[in-house]
Design a protein around this ligand. Structure first.
Ligand code: GLY
Ligand code: MN
Ligand code: MN
Length: 462
């Protein structure tokens, strides 16, 4: 945990933002894998971690703004629990660690909430994303699961987003710490990218690096020679000379701050001329985007700039044609880059995505586009100092998409389909780093993971 005062201060700010009512925050419980006592590794809810720091199952909390009281709900372990799982701190000890002096058994939560609801007090809750918590919330407040999202408190969501978006120094230290492990995961994968090696061998080693550093991966490892499938979790292929290995992977710091980096490595350590040309376009787009980062600039603008670099590079190579600006405005580049340039990162790899992407990435000033490609951009709003974001452009040759667009005669003025079809089988290239937004610029977090053509080849080859 951070210092107790960190959590006390965060809750104080939350209360000031909301002004009235009761805030209900649910922690996570163990989640069964294939039978009740065989569970996935426990992962606490990120907002619960943010406001209380308690990394334990079966807890909930109420912050009563009107009476200025805070309650931690939970149950002390029984002797039977202790025999199987070991001793854990008592509820009182846990409450003390986070600066709360009122504790109650979990079953009291329902009574408290029903009493508040009976008096027509506002009960603010966040949209639950786990089945267990949806059922629990239904029992607590009688809100049908299908209505829980729309009835979640927009005021609470906005307040939480505004606090969690701007990272404190202690959070940045955690992110930097996690980057040491991320560096090792990625450079190890580069070195292992040799003909004859199976993807699963590398995936196992790099996930093992995260685990042996005392943490877990921040999302299931994407490690594939079929990088054209954006979130490909299949690891069954054998690598061959000429393949590109795309590795999009990250870990969590001990306090659960996530990393999310992507590198693409030529199997055997040498890019082909075509791979080199396309890699360089993605790298140019990434560097231009990173260099555009500073407080006050809209991330949507940076996304469009990166797409223009991609469209311009692909035009020089003959995959695209016509006016680059118009091609990007109309969305033709999305054939090759159908995803957004990046997202916020923090306690989640896609930070706060459970609260709603548009609350996190957009606001009254900048609304989400509904076009294919740009519509997938998770973050569009103006950047503020202290935001931590990813920048992750890519170029992909997705056979089904190329075929569909050609059949539909889409953007014939901007795309050379014959040339694009010749590169089916190329795979995909993505390059991703984590960037801290500063008042007048940016800082790339962590020790730089090899990224230029020369650096990648030199790391992969020996
Ligand atoms: N690893 C998922 C992403 O880059 O957004
Ligand atoms: Mn990623
Ligand atoms: Mn990402």
């Amino acid at each position: 945990m951070f210092e107790k005062t960190t959590y006390i201060k965060r809750r104080k700010k939350l209360k000031q933002k909301l002004k009235e009512g009761i805030i209900l925050l649910l922690g996570n419980d163990f989640s069964p894998m294939n039978y009740a006592s065989n569970t996935y590794k426990f992962r606490q809810d990120s907002s619960f971690l943010y406001f209380f720091g308690l990394d334990l199952p079966n807890l909930a909390a109420i912050i009563d703004i009107d009476s200025d009281e805070e309650f931690l709900f939970g149950d002390d372990l029984t002797l039977d629990d202790i025999i199987w799982m070991g001793r854990q701190p008592s509820l009182k000890e846990n409450a003390e660690k986070t600066g709360i002096n009122k504790t109650l058994p979990l079953k009291e939560l329902s009574l408290r909430l029903r009493e508040a609801a009976g008096r027509k007090r506002s009960i603010h809750y966040l949209p639950p994303y786990r089945g267990e918590n949806q059922i629990f919330l239904n029992r607590l407040l009688d809100i049908p699961i299908s209505k829980q999202k729309e009835k979640a408190s927009a005021d609470l969501i906005k307040a939480v987003v505004s606090l969690r978006s701007v990272k404190e120094d202690c959070e940045l230290e955690e992110l930097e710490k996690a980057m040491d492990t991320a560096y090792l995961m990625h450079t190890t994968a580069m070195k292992m990218a040799k003909p004859g090696v199976y993807e699963r061998e590398i995936a196992g080693i790099i996930e093992g690096i995260a685990i042996s550093s005392g943490t877990i991966v921040s999302f299931p490892v994407i490690l594939t020679k079929h990088g054209e499938t954006l979130h490909n979790h299949d690891h069954s292929n054998k690598l061959e000379k000429g393949d590109l290995l795309l590795v999009d992977a990250g870990c969590e710091s001990p306090l659960h701050y996530a990393t999310d980096n992507t590198r693409t490595t030529p199997v055997g350590g040498k890019f082909t001329p075509l791979q080199k040309d396309i890699y360089q376009i993605v790298l140019d787009a990434q560097i231009k985007a990173i260099q555009s980062v500073k407080q006050g600039v809209a991330f949507l603008e940076i996304h469009m700039k990166a797409c223009e670099v991609i469209a311009s590079g692909l035009s020089d190579m003959g995959f695209m044609k016509g006016n680059v600006k118009q091609a990007v405005e109309q969305g033709a580049h999305a054939l090759f880059m159908p995803h957004g340039l990046g997202h916020m990162i923090g306690l989640d790899a896609h930070d706060m995505e459970d609260l709603g992407e548009n609350f996190v990435g957009y606001d009254n000033e900048i609304k989400r586009a509904n076009t294919f490609g740009t519509g997938n951009l998770r973050l569009g709003k103006k950047l503020r100092q202290g935001f931590v974001i990813t920048i992750e452009p890519g170029i992909y040759f997705i056979p089904q998409l190329i075929q569909k667009w050609e059949n539909e005669n889409k953007f014939r003025d901007f795309i050379d389909y014959d040339k694009a079809k010749k590169s089916i089988g190329f795979g995909g290239i993505r390059i991703e780093d984590i960037i801290l937004v500063l008042n007048n610029g940016y800082r790339v977090l962590g020790k730089p993971i090899p990224k230029s053509i020369e650096e990648v080849e030199n790391t992969a080859h020996p």
